[in-house]
Design a binder for this molecule. Structure first.
Ligand SMILES: Nc1nc2c(ncn2[C@@H]2O[C@H](COP(=O)(O)OP(=O)(O)O)[C@@H](O)[C@H]2O)c(=O)[nH]1
Ligand SMILES: [Mg+2]
Length: 217
């Protein structure tokens, strides 16, 4: 494992400083870089990470902008609100050598979700839609927490709409026969700030799933 690039899309996330500090602490024995892709109204003053100002729209496209600036052979995508714990990055990395993609999965035994009931219910519905319509075997194909080998991302063309770039990646990577496994983690309640998730994201997700199903890309 030579270099791990951690890409964190943010939009008004006051927790980002603490998160960056904790990631560096947790990964102190691993060569890594942190890339924050920012779409905030007021530019945050980011220390100890590379800041990219997002030009496009949406979480999925933020990931692609971060990817372009990254140098690692392993890429980690995570949220900037404290829901994804830096400690769990290590669990993803433990499995990446023998696999192509490792998904932080909320719905395998050993994982835990600290979210209100409505959020869990929406997440379960999105999961069922992705698994049923796209025929995915992964238990949590709508997760936003994953480690991915760079060569997979160089081979697959992503065309994200909205949040769920990992769903698109899993679908396309499965078709190409890449090895995808899941890893347990604890999905914490966001530590600060507010969720940017809204009902438009549900429509974008449905559009994404139908597009993948009907035209395959
Ligand atoms: N750069 C960027 N980050 C975003 C965008 N939308 C959401 N995010 C970030 O993506 C992560 C997940 O979003 P969040 O609001 O926590 O969604 P939730 O966990 O589903 O409630 C957080 O770090 C957000 O700040 C966007 O359009 N651009
Ligand atoms: Mg969140």
């Amino acid at each position: 494992m030579s270099l791990v690039s951690i890409i964190i899309p943010i939009k008004n996330e006051p927790y980002i400083d603490t998160l960056i500090y904790d990631i560096h602490h947790e990964l102190k024995n691993i060569k890594h870089e942190i890339i924050v892709v920012d779409k905030s109204e007021n530019r945050p003053n980011i220390k100890n990470a590379k800041l990219i100002v997002q030009k496009s729209d949406g979480l999925g496209k933020a990931f692609l902008e971060g990817l372009k600036e990254s140098k690692g052979n392993i890429i980690v995508l995570m949220d900037g609100d404290g829901s994804h714990d830096p400690k769990d990055i290590r669990s993803l990395l433990r499995k990446i050598d023998e696999n192509d993609i490792v998904i932080g999965s909320k719905y395998i035994s050993g994982s835990k979700v600290e979210d209100p009931f409505l959020r869990v219910a929406i997440s379960h519905c999105a999961n069922s839609i992705a698994r049923f319509i796209l025929g995915l075997k992964i238990k949590d194909p709508v997760s936003g927490f994953a480690a991915i080998k760079r060569r997979v991302l160089e081979d697959i063309k992503l065309n994200p709409i909205g949040y769920k770039v990992v769903t698109e990646l899993i679908y396309k990577a499965t078709k190409k026969g890449y090895r995808i496994v899941e890893s347990t983690f604890i999905f914490h309640k966001r530590k600060e700030g507010q969720s940017k998730f809204n009902f438009n994201e549900i429509f974008r997700f449905v559009r994404l799933v139908l597009r993948l199903k009907l035209i395959g890309r």
